[in-house]
Design a protein. Structure first.
Length: 144
């Protein structure tokens, strides 16, 4: 993929959530059209969940060399930084109000293929002081 050129891609987001130590983890998989753009050391992936509905959420993922930033706008809105071995805090806005979101990122890595790429990261999530568990996310994309 060439630098600074936006490409149409197919985006897949897989979330595995370990919220209960005894229960099986929850797996959520979504696939949608999106775009990929590379500029200098950052990668930008953009996609919409539930497009054209009242629940539409526009997401931009900015993957740098050593940190990830996710910005979501819609029914759920936030800007969260994920940096390995660091705790970051942001505010999530939902129809029910605002909540503090605390993330302790464990691992982050990214890799690029000829016409595809992948971002993997894991973190512990707390909302308004309550632990929601360990999350493992994979965001991958394929051109064409």
């Amino acid at each position: 993929m060439s630098q600074n050129q936006k490409r149409e891609v197919r985006v897949r987001v897989v979330s595995i959530i370990y919220s209960d130590p005894v229960a099986e983890p929850e797996r959520i998989e979504q696939e949608m059209p999106g775009s990929f753009e590379e500029s200098w050391t950052d990668w930008k992936i953009r996609y919409k969940e539930n497009p054209g509905t009242s629940e539409e959420i526009v997401t931009m993922v900015r993957a740098g060399e050593d940190q990830l930033v996710i910005i979501r706008r819609g029914g759920i809105s936030y800007r969260q930084v994920y940096r390995p071995d660091d705790v970051t805090v942001s505010t999530m806005t939902t129809p029910g109000g605002r909540m503090e979101m605390e993330v302790h990122t464990h691992q982050y890595r990214r890799e690029m293929g000829q016409d595809s790429g992948k971002i993997e990261f894991s973190f512990e999530l707390s909302m308004s002081g309550q632990s929601l568990g360990l999350y493992e996310l994979t965001i991958d994309w394929l051109e064409g």
